[in-house]
Design a protein around this ligand. Structure first.
Ligand SMILES: NC(=O)c1ccc[n+]([C@@H]2O[C@H](COP(=O)([O-])OP(=O)(O)OC[C@H]3O[C@@H](n4cnc5c(N)ncnc54)[C@H](O)[C@@H]3O)[C@@H](O)[C@H]2O)c1
Ligand SMILES: [Zn+2]
Length: 376
């Protein structure tokens, strides 16, 4: 077995390893067994992941003497709801899960978010383990401790901060992930370079095609760098109170508006909205005269090369005013104004509280008078 990479996430009073590498599911007992006081656990997963990856995990855990109960949920975002949460809680109680047992979440962000939330409230908090199976979950949702379900009024409205005790990011499971899902997760990878690590963006620019095509060492490097970056940011702001963690939302205000306009549907995956949102954030920064046109063009070209959508026109015909209205609905609104993540350049993202929403609407309509900096 290739030696995995280990990134330790340390948050106030709590530390856990994120293990990154191939063949982790078929060797999961090695990592999980020491965390189980009585060699009994439950696995929560979805139908798609169960068909592809559950057998090797189950086989390894059971052959190492771990008794398992398994709950397979329907695939998709709709699973993150109250009814399913209740179903998970009933299942966990029936399986006699105690606080010191560890609940295993095997799947993408949907399974990780709802299982983590169930773990956070069952018996006032049980241990849980993340086995993320999408690139998005490996680089983003499995790290940092945000758990949630959706309400009819909006996404992720009910949840808790609850850190896992272990994350196993098996790079082999990404082999079955559809290219579109992989690219959506990749947008969050590029995001870390654009926030504060220009050298990592350079690396992405060189390795994007190899990573997308299946180069496992490129994938492992991207996951490790992303997890480290997220861990570093989250450690400075574990409960999103001092503004540091907001940096992780680069591209997300524009992206959420596009997602909302397309009805959070399959028409635009979250990461696709983020990629387009990042491009818009850079182009808007250029239009405001704070980022060079060359940097914005480089970011746009990067996603274009991968055939990701980088223009509003490719996504919706909605007006700027309508998209801004979606932004105001977003839960990150603070007293009617919106702080925007803008960039002074690649790797130089900052939170700007002085953005005029009328300017944003005009920019989205293509009528904002640009103050473009000369290309370098
Ligand atoms: N907690 C956080 O900090 C955080 C951060 C970002 C996103 N999220 C949440 O994560 C969710 C999105 O995560 P996601 O994109 O992983 O969605 P997902 O869990 O729905 O997975 C996407 C699709 O890929 C399938 N899949 C998963 N692993 C696979 C594999 N290895 N091979 C083939 N198919 C596979 C799933 O069955 C699903 O159809 C959203 O609900 C979002 O709100 C949470
Ligand atoms: Zn995101």
């Amino acid at each position: 077995m290739t030696d995995p990479k280990i990134v330790d996430i340390t948050l106030a009073g709590h530390s856990y390893p994120v293990v990154i590498g191939p063949a982790l599911l078929e060797n999961a007992a090695y990592w999980i067994s020491p965390l189980l006081p009585r060699q009994h656990s439950v696995i929560i997963t979805d139908e798609t992941v169960a068909a592809l990856h559950l057998p090797k995990l189950q086989q390894n855990l059971e052959s190492n003497g771990i008794k398992l109960d398994v709950l397979v949920l329907p695939t998709g975002e709709k699973t993150k709801n109250w009814q399913t949460l209740e179903r998970i809680l009933a299942f966990l109680v029936d399986a006699k899960i105690e606080r010191t047992d560890a609940i295993v979440a095997l799947g993408g962000g949907v399974i990780g978010d709802i299982t983590g939330f169930a773990a956070s409230i069952l018996r006032r908090g049980c241990n849980f383990i993340q086995l993320p199976t999408t690139l998005l979950a490996q680089v983003d949702s499995s790290v940092g401790g945000k758990t949630a379900i959706n309400m009819p009024q909006g996404k992720n409205l009910v949840g808790a901060f609850h850190q896992p005790v272990l994350v196993l990011a098996d790079t082999d499971v990404l082999a079955t992930l559809p290219r579109r899902e992989l690219l959506a997760g990749y947008a969050e990878v590029v995001k870390y370079g654009l926030i504060n690590d220009a050298a990592f963006f350079d690396w992405c620019d060189t390795h994007a095609e190899a990573l997308v095509a299946g180069d496992t060492s490129a994938r492992a490097h991207a996951i490790e760098t992303s997890v480290r970056a997220k861990g570093f940011i989250v450690a400075q702001d574990p409960h999103e109170t001092n503004g540091t963690r907001a940096l992780l939302n680069l591209g997300h205000t524009f992206g959420h508006a596009l997602e909302a306009e397309t009805g959070y549907s399959n028409a635009l995956l979250h990461g696709e909205g983020v990629a387009a949102g990042i491009v818009l954030a850079f182009q808007f920064s250029t239009a405001r005269g704070i980022c060079s046109a060359a940097d914005a063009a480089r970011v746009t070209a990067h996603f274009n090369r991968l055939a990701m959508k980088t223009s509003i026109a490719a996504i919706t015909t909605a007006s700027g005013a309508k998209l801004v209205a979606h932004m105001l609905q977003d839960k990150k609104r603070q007293q009617g104004t919106l702080p925007f993540l803008l960039a002074r350049g690649i790797g130089q993202t900052y939170l700007d509280a002085s953005v005029n929403l009328a300017d944003v609407a005009a920019f989205l309509d293509g009528t904002f008078s640009p103050l473009t900096l000369a290309a370098e």
